[in-house]
Design a protein around this ligand. Structure first.
Ligand code: FAD
Length: 524
């Protein structure tokens, strides 16, 4: 079936390619591309105009228009399209990028002049929940995690590992890692998948798991879209609680805050979710962190004054069902008694499990009304080894970063034992490492400290500081511009990454927006 909006098309563009190490401008003319795509036997359709959405992402800094967008109906549409590009060989410049929900930060899901596959077109496919001894759900990779949660809750089940925000696709987060406050216990989302269906860079449809085609399975998990397009996933489930006690407490000393976090992620009996926030605010007005929470002791809480100090907010949850309500309070009291937070800063609230997991969407709706959601997001996510987290915080908070008014800064540790080092994901080489996430929004035209250029330069200062101090930091959702930087990111794992690329996507057709490999083009 062809969609009525398909229009005749001819692609003529100037790009820079490297020929024998020299950058030259080349005029590339491929008048045959659209007609050959239109001739493909797909059940969905291609669009050749109105594709501006595919040149946009959450980062809102990179905008590359594709030549075409495939809106697939079946996996076979994706396989046919990639096989076609593969068969065109190096004479064609065409590349292919899967686009999940487009929540990348630096154009990672874009394909300049190439084909973007709109994975959400597949998401209407049926989800199948298997409610056995080891429950799991089979889903389309274009499905949003929020929809999976809602479906699984009908069976009293839920996935185990999350991201803070659920309006992201399965394929998008599995291509990165999927990290949140449950990762200390369950590992990231890539540690909670049993099986995948993948279309490789040659257009082959492959089912893979620990037992079958294990190299491809591990390769695509955290593989930044380089080895194949994930089309279906089998995700591990657990019984879902109905309610959540959601707790926030403050610290003014990072070493005490970190010691408590590390104690909690290592303890047998502990909370269900453990994260942390940094509040750098020289004005001393720091009430956002507790705006929808209730103080445990209102009288004491009213006396707390921040004095403009840098504060560290520990965020915890304990899940429970209504018939366990009395016990859960006792358990929380015992767990909190082991911690050393500022006593007057204990704040608690109670919400449903769904409300808790979907909490960032509630914030999104508010930001949208203020026009702050569509702004550029120069985010920086780092993984810092435990042995260097004190040097990191001393160097960054309060000196490089002088306020956190433009967006949250998260800091929390995870256990490396829950990560599988056969996947493509690289972590710092220590048993515990911290996720540190700087999540600002920027006003493009501002010359103040909320301006895009200012925030980008702030990120560069943080990265330079980490490099000069040899802190062993890795980027999460990495962004580099040269292959040498990618080599250094992967370190000893680079060779495996390259081998996998040549096995599964030898022409470097897939995910060009990551800028790791460039498609080899033979110019006649
Ligand atoms: P896209 O941006 O569309 O794609 C990301 C990359 O994966 C691209 O290279 C794309 O080509 C590739 N890709 C997409 N689908 C597939 C597929 N099916 N097969 C192969 N490759 C594919 N991350 C966390 O880990 N934890 C968080 O708590 C967290 N919170 C976030 C909150 C917000 C508000 C936002 C905007 C992002 C957050 N992220 C978080 C980051 C998020 O996980 C990544 O940006 C993710 O890539 C977004 O998913 P997406 O579906 O929009 O993917």
């Amino acid at each position: 079936m062809r969609h009525p909006t398909n229009t005749p098309f001819s692609s003529t563009s100037f790009i820079v390619v490297l020929v024998f190490g020299m950058a030259i401008d080349v005029c590339l003319c491929f008048p045959g591309i659209p007609s050959s795509l239109m001739a493909l036997p797909v059940l969905g359709y291609f669009s050749f105009d109105g594709n501006e959405f595919a040149a946009k992402d959450f980062g809102n800094q990179f905008h590359y228009l594709p030549s075409a967008v495939l809106h697939p109906k079946k996996v076979s549409d994706i396989a046919e399209t990639i096989k076609h590009v593969w068969q065109m060989g190096p004479a064609s410049t065409l590349t292919v990028a899967a686009r999940g929900h487009g929540h990348s930060l630096q154009g990672q899901a874009q394909a300049p002049q190439g084909i973007v596959i709109n994975m959400e077109s597949l998401s209407g496919q049926e989800m199948q929940v298997h409610n056995g001894k080891l429950p799991y759900v089979d889903v389309s990779a274009g499905e949003l995690w929020i929809n999976i949660l809602q479906e699984c809750l009908k069976y009293g089940l839920a996935p185990k590992s999350w991201t803070d925000y659920l309006h992201l696709t399965v394929g998008g987060t599995l291509s990165n890692a999927g990290i949140s406050g449950q990762a200390f216990r369950h590992g990231p989302q890539i540690s909670n998948v049993h099986q995948l269906e993948v279309v490789t860079g040659k257009g082959e449809v492959v089912i893979c798991s620990e037992e079958k085609n294990a190299d491809l399975f591990h390769g695509v998990l955290g593989g930044l879209g380089q080895f194949g397009i994930i089309t279906r996933a089998r995700i591990s489930l657990e019984p879902a609680p109905k309610m959540v006690k959601w707790i926030r407490v403050l610290y003014s000393d990072f070493s005490i805050f970190a010691r408590d976090q590390e104690h909690l992620i290592s303890a047998q009996n502990t909370f269900d979710y453990i994260e942390g926030l940094v509040i750098v605010n020289k004005t001393g007005l720091v009430n956002n962190w507790r705006s929808s929470f209730n103080p445990e002791d209102p009288e004491q809480a009213s006396h707390f004054i921040s004095d403009g100090k840098t504060l560290f907010c520990l965020e915890l949850t304990k899940n429970f069902n209504p018939d366990e309500a009395a016990n859960v309070d006792k358990e929380i009291k015992t767990l909190l008694s082991q911690l050393n937070y500022i006593p007057s800063t204990l704040f608690i609230t109670e919400v449903t499990y769904l409300e808790f997991l979907d909490r960032v969407h509630a914030a999104e709706l508010k930001l949208r009304t203020k026009g702050l959601w569509e702004l550029p997001h120069p985010w920086l996510n780092l993984l810092v080894p435990k042995s260097n987290i004190l040097s990191f915080t001393e160097g960054v908070f309060g000196s490089i970063l002088t306020d956190t008014n433009n967006g949250p800064v998260l800091v929390y540790p995870v256990n490396k034992s829950k990560w599988d080092n056969r996947t493509s994901f690289v972590t710092p080489d220590e048993d515990i490492f911290y996720l540190v996430a700087f999540l600002p929004h920027a006003v493009p035209s501002s010359a103040e400290n909320n301006g895009l250029q200012y925030l980008i330069s702030l990120n560069n200062r943080i990265l330079n500081f980490c490099e000069e101090a040899h802190l062993g930091v890795k980027q999460y959702l990495p962004h580099y511009t040269t292959q040498d930087e990618w080599k250094s990111h992967f370190g000893p794992r680079w060779e495996v990454f390259v081998q996998r690329k040549s096995a599964y996507d030898p022409l470097a057709i897939l995910a060009p927006g990551q800028r790791i490999f460039q498609k080899a083009i033979s110019i006649l």
